[in-house]
Design a protein around this ligand. Sequence first.
Ligand code: PEP
Ligand code: MN
Length: 355
Amino acid sequence: MELELSPLALPGVEEKRPIVIAGPCSAETEEQVMNTATLLASKGIKIFRAGIWKPRTKPGGFEGIGVEGLPWMKRVKQETGMLVATEVATAKHVYECLKAGIDILWVGARTTANPFAVQEIADALKGVDIPVLVKNPVNPDLELWIGALERINGAGLKRLGAIHRGFSSYDKSIYRNLPQWHIPIELRRRIPSLPIFCDPSHIGGKRELVAPLCQQAMDLNFDGLIVESHCTPECAWSDAAQQVTPDVLDYILNLLVIRKETQTTENLSELRKQIDECDNNLIQELAKRMRISREIGTYKKEHEMTILQTGRYNEILEKRGSQGALCGMDVDFIKTVFEAIHKESVRQQMEIYNK
Ligand code: PEP
Ligand code: MN
């Protein structure tokens, strides 16, 4: 299904990259919301975020202030002029937000992973014109992410955006959620007109990672940033380790280097020509390698040998890995390349066996 999109068109917000949404993980008290919002507005932030309903991994924690916090959001709008955004996970959340005049809705990562919930939200939004940002699902599934956008678009909402907030992983890493940048990159390729925001707070899980992640997102040409900011982060009721003060956020944003997408100078064209040549050679060499591989396949078949020779496969991975490292490349990268080459070799040899 092709998405039918129109620009986010956020009133009072310049279209300049990055569009910044900032505010606390959760609305906690009226005072915390107003203090944070006032400080952010004084730094020129135009869109305020705060979670009213919080999906928490385990019961017993702070699960959001609920509808009681919606009038605080209204006050933020009235007193600072900022647009306000919050997360919706059910039809009831949608109705409450629309009633309270929330300007922008977002669908959280756990919700995007559940098509029933997304459909319920989409149905509740039928006939409403409000920007909706869809976070990536917790699992690295691009189709599920696009599917959620399609459901909401199918209900007639055209002002859509995506939020990249990283993907959960059982393995320990410096990140709370692995960025897996290739996934939002592929989303951009598939739906070029869809604005993409980066959420460095939930990717990093810690304050120190917010600045470098914002810069990486800008270098990948993301349109916006959604960053958790709290007047007193260390006292936050949720996600304390990853929130920054409005002051720190302002400092981070001022240091960002915003590069342009197209700068096709003569030098760049020349370098691109060289890249094309390298790619051509790579294809020729790969084709040659596959020809030899098919010859080996024929030989193995005639001599009743198995296609897979694990010892040889390991030898290739190890040798090429250390060779690649010597040439300044990442060992895992080389491993991925040679795994892919080996996979195609095996496929071609299987064809010979099945003839
Ligand atoms: C949030 O934005 O506070 C949040 C709950 O994020 P996510 O859905 O990405 O976990
Ligand atoms: Mn949070």
